[in-house]
Design a protein around this ligand. Structure first.
Ligand code: SF4
Length: 200
């Protein structure tokens, strides 16, 4: 059975959806990503991070998705501390790397058939990630810690939901999810102010 919730963002139940809870369970520590080229830097599409943030809930159990993607691994990394360094890419990333839908040529086999006209998910994702990097003032290949990235997201919230809400989502729900995720990770105060302390 699929996890009950998670990565409601954009990916289908057999695509790159899904993470759950990050409350500490035995054996639930984050693991290195299999096959990752540089074990010290995580390579990510920026929208994968904002999607995970949107659904982040420390009381939700984290489970892998059938497609084998690494959303659950990255979700646990968030819970384990925000010092992890991330390099931003437009293309397949460390979440895609173990996914069964990733093709040998680096493309994703998914087609977004609810779009009019239907389009390959890679085309949609690439557009979205370019917009998101531009909006956040970041560049392809740039490196930040998770905390630094989330700090920038916080500064651009509200507003970011206009850029990163998927067609199947409600922008208000997206915004609320992002705010809740930032609060749960200690980046944002309930009032909307940035958190001044260092929680790492
Ligand atoms: S290869 Fe990447 S984009 Fe495609 S379904 Fe898997 S995680 Fe999602």
């Amino acid at each position: 059975m699929e996890p009950t919730v998670g990565y409601r963002a954009y990916h289908s139940r057999d695509g790159c959806r899904g993470h759950g809870c990050v409350r500490r369970h035995p054996g639930s520590q984050s693991q290195p990503l299999p096959g990752a080229g540089d074990s010290t830097v995580l390579t990510l599409r920026p929208h994968h991070l904002t999607d995970i943030l949107t659904d982040y809930d420390p009381d939700r159990e984290v489970k892998p998705w059938p497609s084998g993607n690494a959303v659950h691994v990255v979700t646990r990394m968030l819970a384990d501390g925000l010092g992890q360094k991330v390099k931003f890419v437009i293309g397949p990333d460390d979440i895609c790397r173990p996914c069964r839908r990733l093709q040998p040529d680096g493309s994703c086999e998914r087609i977004l058939d609810k779009h009019d006209p239907p389009e390959p998910i890679d085309e949609y994702n690439d557009r979205l990630d370019r917009r998101l990097l531009d909006f956040l003032g970041l560049t392809v290949g740039g490196k930040l810690t998770l905390r630094e990235f989330l700090g920038i997201v916080n500064i651009r919230t509200p507003g970011i939901e206009v850029v990163c809400t998927h067609p199947t989502q409600n922008p208000k729900d997206k915004l609320n999810g992002i705010i809740r995720g930032l609060i749960n990770l200690g980046i944002r105060e309930e009032s909307g102010e940035s958190h001044s302390g260092n929680n790492e």
